[in-house]
Design a protein around this ligand. Structure first.
Ligand SMILES: [Zn+2]
Length: 324
């Protein structure tokens, strides 16, 4: 008889009912070069193109929201730590700056964007927005600032080389960015216990999704036709991990500590289990770094978000290296 003790029981509730929807636009958020051994336990150090998706969400009320801002190849957009440790990986800007993609595809100019929600504070999702979207307020998940501390500025404003977090957001005196932590109220969304009905009409739920780093978020949006898409960002880094084909990679840091892409692996696994529950309920999962659905082409809802430029961008990147 098979033991069920290792299978966590996940409570879920039906998805909220609403007749409204948002317009969801998929955006190329740049890319960088990663190696498979940082994602999948036991994998070789095979290089591949780590794509990076971002999104624009437009609501009938006129609200214009950006979900993550992706990469640029401009060193000035990043902290000294990112420049030193991450720039050897690229990062490669998208073929068209993200604000221009939004303008071209939706007609919304940069100053029309009122909100930027960061799924989390890592460099490939988050960078200063004051010049990019001058009227926008940034939002992070609860606990982000506590996790990141003051960021890469010292008390005197001098740049610290060993802190990845951007003091333009998190330093009490030297911050340049206008942002807030999301405050809820938090309600259940399917299997997730804490989600915020961000626009008040049930079309967009910003979800606390623990595991990757402090304050990590996902976002469920209801699009035209009534389908739900989950912008799952870094809750999970590949389809192989989501489907249990691989385990989460860990490694030994130079200081002897254990490294992993998630700060809390049990919590990340619990979040991934909840993603699987949502997928079982018919929700379409769009992870920030996954292009397997483009290669397979079998999900008509996600494929409906692609245009020719995005398809070509993915094809080009896959030529440079694909996740084994
Ligand atoms: Zn990421």
């Amino acid at each position: 008889m098979c033991s069920e003790a290792s299978v966590p029981l996940i409570m879920s509730s039906p998805l909220p009912q609403t007749d409204s929807h948002v317009e969801l636009t998929l955006l190329a958020g740049g890319s960088f070069t990663a190696t498979a051994n940082f994602l999948h336990a036991g994998a070789a150090a095979t290089p591949f193109t780590m794509f990076n998706w971002a999104f624009h969400i437009s609501h009938p009320s006129g609200r214009q929201i950006v979900w993550d801002v992706g990469n640029t190849s401009n060193p000035d957009d990043y902290t000294p730590w990112v420049r030193q440790h991450m720039f050897p990986l690229g990062p490669f800007a998208p073929p068209e700056p993200i604000e221009q993609q939004i303008k071209r595809r939706t007609g919304v100019p940069p100053e029309g964007v009122d909100t930027v929600i960061f799924s989390h504070a890592h460099w490939d999702h988050c960078r200063p927005i004051r010049a990019l979207f001058p009227r926008a307020t940034g939002y992070f998940g609860p606990g982000t600032a506590e996790f990141c501390g003051a960021g890469h500025f010292s008390a005197t404003g001098e740049e610290l080389a060993d802190v990845p977090w951007d003091g333009n957001f998190f330093h009490p005196e030297h911050r340049t960015e206008s942002w807030e932590a999301l405050r809820g109220p938090w309600k259940r969304f399917g299997p997730f216990e804490r989600a915020m009905d961000f626009l008040g009409d049930g079309t967009m739920w910003v979800i606390q999704a623990p595991g990757h780093m402090g304050g990590n978020l996902a976002c469920a949006v209801r699009i035209e036709g009534g389908e739900w898409v989950l912008l799952a960002s870094d809750c999970c880094h590949s389809r192989g991990l989501l489907e249990g084909k691989y385990d989460i990679a860990t490694w030994c840091n130079p200081d002897g500590s254990q490294g992993a892409l998630h700060v809390d692996i049990p919590a990340a696994k619990d979040t991934m289990a909840k993603l699987r529950v949502l997928r079982g309920m018919g929700v379409h999962l769009a992870l920030a770094h996954d292009v397997s659905w483009v290669e397979e082409g079998t999900d008509p809802v996600l494929m409906g978000l692609l245009d020719q430029d995005l398809k070509e961008w993915v094809e080009e990147g896959l030529k440079t290296g694909r996740l084994p």
